[in-house]
Design a protein around this ligand. Structure first.
Ligand code: B3K
Ligand code: ZN
Length: 884
């Protein structure tokens, strides 16, 4: 490719002299400022001359003035760290372009033009992993949200849709595989050992869905016939040694494609669907049109190297990215404030898929556990934001549990209220109306209203108000009816001091304490600060089961008698509500202990009640082992710390461990028996086998807490006999937390066994970094100096340091050493990979939740970060918000 040089004068580039000065104050983007872009870009042609350290890009844009936008004198194209080598307009070299900060302004006088721009990139120097970068000798891209502007100048916003034709040229030896979005059009050989491939994507798309990959890759291939008979070639591209571990990903993909046809009526729309696995990736995966790019973690699996949870996560993420082909790609977002339009909806779609593929009850319990341990803390802290934010400085900071998981809960509430059939009609209407468009959350809600006849005007508050509603429920028998009063408050959040009552749909049921029978389920929908509903009363005493299936993402506060919780924990026929009752009982006890509210007698009585219940769960023949393990899982420390005024992490840890030890002691016989039964269970991947594995590792944790010596022996035996990573990792987790001679032995064995498998070595780092061991901080410091550690690989960084942020003895050490360790990491990582660095800030940002000593130490570390010269926009925004 012949790329002309920049026609700048020899004494420097005059265009740069006009560059706008750096803004003194950080730029804030506001939802209300949305304006359509001045130009349409019906066609984009890109020509890449690829190499690891010097890639040249020629971009040819067909431009037409947008009749729906205000006229502009020229066009402003986004760039990030680029310099144009050459610009031409309608084939004539253009000399009067100018830089405005990082962006390129080209004067255009007519209503239609062809603009050509040449740029040059150094992918191997791109450590941010945004734009075009090198990973393990291959080249790949990540463009969402604003990475395309690091490749070429472009209106890099999701409402500018264009059809792309991409020509890739490279050395055949170094990059035998050349992939881009859409369908392959042409390929051939060039002189000098080079070759080329041309790809065309017929579907107009925003730049964030653009992708190319070049590398020495092999594919697992398969085929899929869509419901209308289109034959699709499927390929999962990996490095040759990884090929054997792609079968599960391919099966998952085919299941997802079929499910989306059957359940949502959505069909795939290209001749090929390619997935590429890369080992250096900032997040899980990316839904680029027809060319999904995945973190290897969500592709590669076999029983020896991946746990059952890894298998489930792969299935869910493959499905999620595939489902984006409709919810995200065919209908995309008008602007980034609408991110939940595609993410919340697609998370709900992947949740429904996973529920259909496995145990729906267990899945729901796990979803709520994640919501409570990640999203609730976000919603109650300084980074709280509505699922459709109103402002941002760096959009990468808004790929949050709120936008994703709470966003899914909000759409799930619509489905619950209008019913699955009307919801499906609403989805069809939304896809029909907005196919090929960039839409808004409002468009989605309107489609749901139009398809169902429901009035969702007040429901829209869920998009606008942050914070988790607190709902109190009380129940009174008056004459022949049961009066259930539901009251709600929505706590203040940054920028939103006063809130309006939300629409809260609560599924409830009433049980008779005497007979154990339950009356009809009802969906109570309130939109007022307080409302009273009447229900038919049962015979005898009533026991109320509320928020069954977790129909509303709220915190239910109710004074409920311990005997009612025990009743529900044994009798509730809604598995989610049953697990809630168990959790509520345990949380109530632990919070009482932590807050010092229980005298010795009532603490002992609480423990005994829990022990009795756990004993009954252990021997309950009506439930399977997967559900048994869920019911026996103690609430996490983060969730517990949200339940107290100001958390002391050590007290929470101690109380939780003491309960675990107590349960392990008094239930030892039953637990050991169940462990032995599970240890003898058949291998395989059906639910009983998975349940057996889950339960036997869980029981090891009780054993280790109650009888460390015996626990270590059992864990070591499980480790040695393990034929799956689930058993091996479960055992090693327990050993890593104990001061026991087998600890070092097992860790060394694990490292030696898997030293050539980076994903398993990530586990090795994570297991030690999140262990219960009192010396965890020293272990993490030593691991950071291990030759296998690297700041350049986000998986490795997260494995070591994100895992560490879960530890009471480490991260929350009373002397502040854990906070310092993470602040040091953020400061070192920020210049290398700001997106990943910024992800650590919320851990320190929760400082207000903790007792004054720790809060001050956390705050001091945030202040130290903010003083770091040259801090990225990503990290600066998070720290500023956290300190506000
Ligand atoms: N849409 C991507 C996430 C992109 C994150 C950019 N910082 C993957 C997903 O949610 O499906
Ligand atoms: Zn997504």
């Amino acid at each position: 490719m012949d790329l002309a040089r920049n026609p700048s004068e020899p004494d420097g580039n005059p265009h740069l002299a006009d560059a706008a000065p750096e803004p003194a104050r950080p730029q804030i983007f506001r939802r209300e400022d949305y304006r359509p872009f001045g130009w349409l870009v019906p066609r984009t042609q890109l020509h890449f001359d690829l190499s690891l350290d010097g890639t040249r890009v020629r971009s040819q844009l067909t431009l037409e003035r947008n009749p729906d936008a205000a006229a502009e004198p020229g066009i402003l194209l986004n760039g990030d760290g680029l310099t144009p080598l050459a610009v031409s307009v309608d084939g004539v070299p253009c000399r009067d372009w100018r830089m405005e900060g990082d962006d390129l302004r080209i004067p255009l006088v007519g209503d239609a033009h062809e603009v050509t721009i040449d740029t040059r990139l150094d992918p191997s120097a791109n450590t941010q992993l945004m734009g075009l970068y090198a990973s393990n000798g291959m080249l790949c891209t990540q463009c969402e949200a604003e990475g395309f502007r690091r490749i070429t100048f472009f209106p890099d916003r999701p409402d500018v849709l264009s059809t792309y034709t991409v020509r890739l040229e490279a050395s055949r030896g170094e990059f035998p595989v050349l992939l881009a979005n859409g369908n392959p059009v042409e390929k051939g050989t060039l002189d000098g050992g080079r070759h080329y491939a041309v790809w065309h994507d017929p579907w107009p798309k925003p730049s964030y869905l653009f992708a190319v990959v070049a590398g020495d890759l092999v594919a697992r291939r398969d085929r899929f016939t869509t419901m209308s008979g289109r034959e699709v070639d499927l390929a999962i591209w990996v490095r040759a040694p990884d090929l054997a571990r792609t079968a599960h990903a391919m099966d998952s993909l085919k299941r997802a494609m079929r499910w989306d046809e059957e359940v949502f009526g959505r069909e795939y729309d290209l001749d090929q669907f390619n997935i590429v696995a890369v080992s250096d990736f900032n997040m899980g995966a990316m839904e680029n049109k027809g060319l999904n790019i995945f973190n290897t973690k969500y592709v590669l699996a076999d029983a020896e190297t991946a746990t059952d949870s890894d298998f489930d996560a792969i299935e869910a993420v493959i499905a999620h990215e595939y489902f984006h082909n409709w919810s995200g790609n065919r209908v995309t977002c008008r602007d980034w404030f609408q991110l939940s339009l595609k993410e919340g909806f697609t998370v709900l779609r992947d949740q429904l898929f996973s529920a259909d593929m496995g145990s729906a009850a267990v899945k729901r319990i796990e979803e709520v556990r994640v919501l409570r341990s990640v999203q609730f803390p976000e919603d109650s802290g300084p980074l709280a934001h509505p699922i459709r934010p109103d402002t941002y400085r760096e959009i990468s900071n808004f790929y949050t549990a709120t936008v994703y998981n709470k966003g899914a809960e909000v759409i799930r509430m619509v489905r619950t209220m209008i019913g699955p059939d009307a919801f499906r009609r609403g989805c069809d209407l939304y896809f029909d109306r907005h196919d090929g468009e960039a839409a808004t959350c409002e468009d989605f809600v309107r489609a749901m209203e139009d398809a169902s006849g429901a009035d969702l005007s007040r429901f829209r508050l869920w998009y606008a108000q942050a914070g988790t509603p607190r709902v109190t429920i009380s129940c009174r028998r008056t004459g022949g009816t049961l009066a259930v009063t539901v009251a709600q408050t929505v706590p203040p959040t940054p920028g939103q001091p006063v809130k309006q009552p939300m629409v809260v749909p609560l599924r409830v049921a009433v049980f008779s304490r005497e007979s154990g029978r339950r009356g009809a389920e009802e969906l109570l929908v309130t939109d007022r600060a307080e409302a009273t509903f009447t229900l038919p009363p049962p015979e005898g005493d009533a026991v109320l089961s509320v928020n069954r299936g977790f129909t509303a993402p709220v915190i239910v506060q109710r004074a409920v008698a311990q005997e009612d919780l025990l009743f529900l924990a044994r009798h509730d026929d809604d598995p989610f509500a049953r697990s809630e009752a168990v959790q509520e009982l345990v949380v109530g006890h632990l919070v009482g202990v932590v807050e010092g509210r229980l005298d010795t007698r009532s603490a002992a009585a609480g423990r005994d009640a829990i022990a009795q219940l756990f004993g009954a769960i252990l021997s309950d023949a009506r439930i399977d082992d997967l559900m048994r393990a869920e019911l026996l899982t103690l609430p996490g420390e983060t969730y517990l710390s949200e339940q107290v005024e100001r958390a002391d992490p050590q007290r929470i840890f101690d109380a939780r461990e003491a309960l675990k030890a107590h349960l392990g002691t008094v239930l030892w016989t039953a637990m050991a028996g169940t462990h032995a039964r599970c240890a003898a269970a058949a291998d395989g991947f059906d639910a009983p086998a998975k349940g057996g594995r889950r339960l036997r590792s869980l029981l090891l944790t009780f054993a280790a807490a109650a009888r460390p010596g015996e626990g270590a022996d059992l864990a070591w035996a499980q480790y040695q006999a393990a034929t799956t990573m689930t058993d091996r990792q479960g055992a090693l987790m327990v050993l890593a937390g104990l001061r026991h001679p087998t600890r070092t032995h097992a860790l060394l064995d694990f490292y030696t066994r898997f030293r050539d498998n980076p994903l398993v070595i990530d586990k090795w780092f994570a297991i030690q970094a999140m262990s219960l061991h009192p010396e965890v901080t020293h272990h993490v410091e030593a691991l950071a100096a291990h030759p296998a550690f690297s700041l350049a690989n986000p998986n490795r960084v997260r494995a070591l340091f994100m895992s560490f942020t879960t530890t009471a003895a480490g991260f929350h050490a009373a002397d502040g050493s854990g906070y310092r360790l993470i602040a040091d990491l953020v400061r070192r990582l920020d210049p290398v990979n700001p997106q990943t660095a910024a992800r650590f800030v919320p851990q320190l940002g929760r400082w207000r939740r903790f007792e004054p000593g720790r809060a001050a130490l956390m705050r001091a570390e945030l202040e130290r970060i903010v003083r770091t010269p040259g801090l990225s926009r990503d990290t600066a925004e998070q720290v500023d918000r956290a300190l506000d």
